[in-house]
Design a protein around this ligand. Structure first.
Ligand code: CO
Length: 497
């Protein structure tokens, strides 16, 4: 039976993360809120992913304060966030007590729907965050990262969906962060999951390959319940398919959303004005990126590879690196390419090509991966490469967070009086090097001026960072590894797919 389809609107999170380097400020969001709140969206994605550290790092904005303001301005719509499993909104595993505090405070500050994923689809890295979401009365949306490899079949995705349902998921999300999922493939996948799991299914894609709207239509025909769209003024390219197009497409069908198209169009006119303010952060990627179809590499990762290669004056090696990415990924056991696995694979592939010898230099993050500290990959890792990376060291087989000591008391002590509440302690526990200067500036009462000072400091920092990278690559064969990691980590994470 065909049924009403609903939409998660991403304009306040993924859309500007994908198109404007996550730079949209809360003061540009709030005026849009009354109208967004009146549409009746299934949820509004407003927080998480890269927005948390970007707010402090570049905008001088307290991410917790942003959440509270948005909650107040959006009283009628469920708020949604992207939570990177045990990595929360960061790029490494955090101890369970930090996970517990973070989810609890997010919930108390107004979050409703927690979309929880793990970069390796290792459900052990999702269990603790999901447990706490449930404990706090939130909606645990358990996520399957969609990817293509010889080891990723519909059967395996269905198996994962069943496991997540048994773990207490309130709904299942299919997260296609690279925009790889084609219309007929998604039709079969949604059908297969729906046949085995009696939960609402959300579908998330990016328009990068051009599949977006067509993939949503086929998924809707297969029975998907919710799809992620972005207001047209911040849609398509590396962002989501446009909201208004889908709403209009479904009008007068049994799937009709019932959303007010005229109101959506008026929101779009205002979003278009906001977008102009952030023109200098535009990714400038073409409407459809044919490389995604050919190499199955996420769009954000491609721009990241380009910036790595430019730093090394090695742009002529671009296609060699693109060929190397699938080899490195296969050796690593076919991880989905999403933060942070995309950065790990991308950096290793670049080094293999630029240094002219495979695995001549192996960054620490790659070693940690082979030690099992990111979790279990979908397929076995190549034993020869593993030995190259970590020698005779015994990899761990437990859940990585089981190796971590508690972190709360230490963070509380570390930040001291600069923290005015538990939210500040969490900001510091997650990002000590960003949160400390941020909280110091706030304590000095710099307010708006502090933001300007912070942004100038960041610009200077980036310049010196680039200089250091150039010098390093000229003098040593081992240094570029670290610099590359730094550069790729930063750029890729900000895009954050
Ligand atoms: Co996304």
């Amino acid at each position: 039976m065909a049924q009403k389809v609903q939409i998660t609107e991403t304009v306040l999170r993924d859309a500007h993360q994908s198109l404007l380097a996550t730079r949209m400020r809360v003061e540009d969001m709030l005026p849009l809120c009354p109208d967004l709140d009146s549409i009746g969206f299934w949820s509004l994605e407003v927080w998480g992913g890269a927005t948390f550290d970007t707010a402090m790092r570049f905008l001088g904005e307290d991410p917790w304060e942003r959440l509270r303001k948005l909650r107040k301005a959006l009283p009628n719509t469920p708020l949604q966030m992207l939570l990177r499993g045990q990595n929360l909104v960061g790029y490494k595993h955090y101890p369970d007590d930090i996970v517990s505090h973070f989810v609890e405070r997010s919930r108390k500050n107004g979050m409703d729907v927690f979309r929880v994923f793990d970069a390796l689809n290792d459900v052990r890295n999702m269990s603790e965050p999901m447990r706490v979401v449930k404990r706090e009365g939130g909606h645990a949306q358990a996520t399957i990262c969609y990817t293509i490899s010889p080891h990723h079949t519909n059967d395996r995705f269905v198996e994962m969906a069943i496991t997540l349902a048994n773990m207490g998921a309130d709904s299942i999300a299919i997260k296609d962060m690279a925009g790889l999922i084609s219309p007929y493939v998604v039709y079969e996948l949604v059908k297969a999951i729906k046949a085995k799991v009696n939960l609402p299914i959300s579908l998330h894609t990016h328009y990068t390959s051009g599949f977006g709207t067509a993939a949503y239509l086929k998924a809707i025909e297969a029975g998907v319940d919710v799809v992620d769209c972005a207001n047209s003024a911040l849609s398509m390219s590396t962002s989501q398919p446009p909201t208004e197009t889908l709403v209009a497409t479904l009008e007068s069908t049994p799937y009709a959303t019932g959303y007010d198209l005229a109101k959506l169009a008026s929101i779009a006119r205002r979003v278009a004005e906001v977008r102009k303010k952030y023109a200098s952060f535009e990714a400038g990627i073409s409407a459809v990126d044919v490389n995604v179809l050919e190499y199955q590499v996420p769009g954000g990762m491609l721009s990241n590879l380009v910036s790595q290669l430019r730093q090394q004056n090695a742009m002529d090696k671009y296609y060699d690196v693109l060929d190397e990415v699938p080899r490195v990924r296969a050796e690593m056991g076919y991880p989905p390419l999403v933060t942070p696995s995309s950065q790990i694979v991308g950096t290793m592939a670049t080094l293999n090509v630029v240094l002219g010898e495979r695995y001549k230099v192996i960054p620490e993050e790659v070693k940690q991966y082979y030690r099992g500290y990111y979790g279990q990959p979908p397929a076995p890792m190549d034993p020869v490469i593993q030995k190259k990376a970590i020698g005779d060291e015994e990899p761990i087989t437990c859940r990585p967070a089981d190796m971590l000591a508690r972190g709360w008391d230490e963070a509380k002590k570390g930040i001291g009086d600069l923290a005015k509440n538990d939210d500040d302690v969490l900001s510091y526990a997650l990002f000590p090097q960003i949160a400390k200067p941020f909280l110091e500036n706030r304590a000095k009462g710099m307010g708006g001026k502090g933001e300007i000072v912070a942004s100038i400091a960041v610009a200077l920092f980036q310049q010196s960072d680039q200089k250091a990278t150039k010098q390093a690559s000229a003098t040593s064969a081992t240094m570029p590894a670290q610099s590359l990691w730094k550069v790729s980590g930063r750029a890729g994470m900000e895009r954050g797919w």
